[in-house]
Design a protein around this ligand. Structure first.
Ligand code: DGJ
Length: 720
């Protein structure tokens, strides 16, 4: 059993294959964090653990300073609360009493422990729900609130995770920050007294910060303790990490309380999204291996979870909005000839969409661009042995569209203020059921009438003017109270998930790629319903190295889309050799996004060669364990970036090496591989044979003499 209850049902031990998480019901219903780390050999040792409490002064909680699993607001604890609520009689806080616990085996992967707290008068219930994924060394935590009173309860904060680290246990916070065309930059900060917050208030996950964290004391890529977590949510969120003067570090996170409100009417309940957390004693690689495997086996939608991702071609950078059936057919022929397996037409195929100024919302096939409908292109693509995919942006509308003319009340807005447009578009209110019905309808029809196997689901602006209006007597007015309108942030996410789940249910063969101007909506919530993500609109191979490197801390390579595009690159005009561009794009799920009409025969042949080779190694890249041998971003700079993949059975490994900062001429670099079987023999492409131990300790020498040199080194396990 992965959950042990001990010490008079006061102590709960969650055990996974290699880790343990221990919490205690302290007097007065205060849930205290006791331990999170390596699994102990003897269960009696969990009983021996002592709670961490420091009695101090009248300026701190009378029961002492301690690490919590749940912080209700209104007590003498001043870090971010897990939960804050009030009711209509003016009560602003409640006394929570521990009621009972429940253990449930959900399936063969998951056991759940629910700890139930009840307000002293018995009107409200809070459940702290812990999910134990024993085999995966992962735990989930979420909160459920049930209003059993006759009156309404207004939630003002309800976070999913609350956990504490003892003094000295952690001293560094790692997170991912960025911007459009610069996502997933790894930042590491020393924790000092005070609060550090990362968050999104933009309506979606965001490019600027990602709902993921890691904390450690002195871990390296391969060694040391790392604790990490992923919030499965695609709207406004926050993570606070806070160190006090005693050295205690409290970490909490979930949906943000910024502009947040949730009204629970009598007998209504509410659940927060899950926060998935894990611990590894094998440094940051160990952390990523746990997270990647868990995503591949448990998080990604099950219909395509076990399939290798196809090599796709996407026509965006080739044609932008200038779409015509003949040009798309020609591109499809070239894409098929170099080995692509899926052809995706991007923006510009529908409505009056000739630029980003018009057309969003009008999802009919443009007759001038496709006089015989989309089927002409689809049949052509299929005759070339490729599947067909299409771009959509369902949550948006241009003001210049039929949809906006008919339904100006469908967008978020303040009734007395002009809209803020971004990319000339406005955000549709997916909290409205008629909007959801509209999307389900047109998208359902598009998929029913055409043989479409892939959708790129885009979302190209952040929210503004978060208000809800209704049409009445020709005017647009707010009809809901302000605190009810504040619910739109989460209603949007709920609506989005409902629509995607509906589409997935009805069309399970369709692979969905999440995109938000690149990596603006990548999180475990969206990845529970979409199969892969567009990593960044930045397709420059050099920038991509650090974007993909950062993304690999949190996200698996199978879901991470990477394209080979043109040189010079559209973004920064950098010229990079095709080999280097191909190798960078082969680090995840491979695609091609260049204008193949401009590639000469030599370039097409080289791309075809790498695509064919990628198909041979893609299982190891997409499903193997990834090792970051040398980084393009972290301060201990090397002159190269090295990324290695090792198949689960350790029989195959592929190492990608990239020049990344060569100075003062030729250099010899020692590359030590990771993750091989030390006793087994491996043979490289040249026939050179040695043991795993040799490759991991003596290593190989790589001579660097030229900018943009890149190389792939492949090892196969062999007989002695
Ligand atoms: C932003 C995406 O990230 C691009 O790849 C492309 O699909 C454009 N939107 C289309 O408008």
């Amino acid at each position: 059993m992965s959950v042990e209850v001990m010490c008079n049902e006061q102590r709960f031990v969650l055990e996974t294959a290699n880790t343990a998480y221990v919490l205690d019901m302290h007097e007065g219903g205060h849930l205290q964090h006791i331990y999170w780390g390596k699994k102990l050999a003897h269960k009696c040792d969990y009983k021996a653990m002592r709670p961490f409490v420091i009695a101090h002064s009248s300026f701190e909680a009378t029961r002492g300073v301690m690490g919590y699993e749940f912080i209700p607001w209104g007590e003498m604890v001043y870090s971010e609360p897990t939960f804050k609520a009030s009711n209509s009689t003016g009560e602003r806080g409640f006394d929570w009493i521990y009621e009972d616990y429940k253990l449930e085996i959900i399936n063969d992967q998951l056991t759940e422990l629910s700890l139930c707290l009840k307000d002293k008068i018995g009107r409200y219930r809070i459940q702290l729900i812990y999910g134990v994924y024993e085999e995966y060394d992962m735990i989930s935590r979420r909160l459920a609130v049930i209003n059993e009173s006759e009156d309404q309860l207004t939630l003002e904060a309800a976070r999913s995770l609350q956990v504490a680290f003892k003094p000295g246990q952690v001293s560094r916070f790692t997170h991912l920050a960025g911007k459009w065309v610069g996502e997933f930059q790894v930042l590491q900060e020393t924790l000092s007294e005070g609060r550090k917050t990362i968050d999104s208030r933009r309506g979606t996950t965001s490019h600027q910060a990602n709902p993921w964290f890691a904390v450690d004391a002195d871990a390296t890529e391969e060694t040391g303790d790392v604790w990490f977590g992923h919030l499965a949510y695609s709207g406004n969120w926050d993570i606070h990490v806070e160190k006090d003067a005693f050295g205690l570090v409290q970490l909490c996170g979930g949906m943000t309380d910024f502009d947040f409100s949730k009204v629970l009417k009598a007998n209504e309940s509410f659940e927060t999204p899950p926060f998935f957390i894990g611990y590894s004693e094998n440094g940051f690689s160990g952390m990523s291996h746990l997270a990647h495997r868990f995503q591949r086996d448990v998080i990604l939608p099950k219909d395509h979870r076990d399939h290798l991702r196809k090599v796709l071609y996407n026509s965006w950078e080739a044609t932008y909005f200038d779409v015509s059936v003949d040009e798309q057919k020609r591109l499809a022929e070239k894409a098929a000839a170099i080995g692509c397996e899926l052809f995706v037409i991007d923006d510009g195929w529908f409505g009056e969409r000739h630029s980003d100024q018009a057309g969003l919302g009008d999802w009919y096939v443009n007759q001038d661009k496709f006089p015989n409908g989309l089927s002409e292109l689809i049949s052509h693509v299929e005759s070339l042995n490729m599947a067909f995919g299409i771009w959509v942006e369902p949550e948006m509308v241009n003001k210049d569209s039929q949809l906006y003319d008919q339904h100006p009340d469908w967008v978020y807005q303040f009734s007395n203020k002009n809209h803020t447009e971004a990319r000339h578009q406005l955000v549709l209110n997916l909290g409205k059921k008629e909007v959801r019905a509209y999307i389900k309808n047109w998208l359902g029809e598009l998929l029913a009438k055409h043989d479409i196997h892939f959708i790129k689901w885009d979302m190209n602006r952040a929210f503004s003017e978060p208000g809800i209006v209704e049409k009445s007597h020709g005017a647009l007015n707010h009809t809901k109270m302000s605190h009810e309108q504040q619910q739109l942030w989460m209603e949007h996410v709920k609506g989005l998930y409902e629509v995607i789940d509906h589409i997935k249910r009805k069309h399970p063969h369709v692979v969905i790629e999440t995109c938000s101007g690149g990596g603006g909506r990548v999180d475990l919530g969206i990845l529970q319903r979409t199969d892969q993500f567009w990593t960044s609109d930045n397709t420059d191979a050099v920038d991509r190295l650090s974007i993909q490197y950062g993304a690999s801390f949190a996200y698996n390579a199978k879901a991470m889309m990477c394209w080979i595009t043109d040189s010079p690159n559209w973004l920064n005009q950098r010229e990079v050799p095709l080999t280097y561009r191909c190798h960078v794009a082969m680090l995840g799920a491979l695609g091609v996004g260049g204008n193949l009409d401009h590639w000469d025969d030599i370039e097409l042949a080289e791309a075809a060669k790498w695509i064919a080779y990628y198909k041979e190694i893609r299982r190891t890249v997409q499903e193997g364990n990834q090792y970051r041998l040398a980084s393009p971003t972290i301060s201990s700079r090397t002159n190269y970036t090295g990324i290695q993949y090792v198949s689960e059975d350790k029989k195959h490994s592929v190492v990608f090496l990239f020049e990344d900062g060569l100075k003062y001429g030729e250099q010899l670099t020692l590359i030590k591989f990771k993750g091989l079987d030390p006793e087994a023999y491996y043979k490289d492409q040249s026939g050179f044979k040695a043991t795993g131990s040799f490759f991991m300790n003596a290593g190989i020498q790589w001579q660097l003499s030229k900018q943009y040199t890149s190389e792939i080194y492949e090892l196969h396990k062999c007989e002695e």
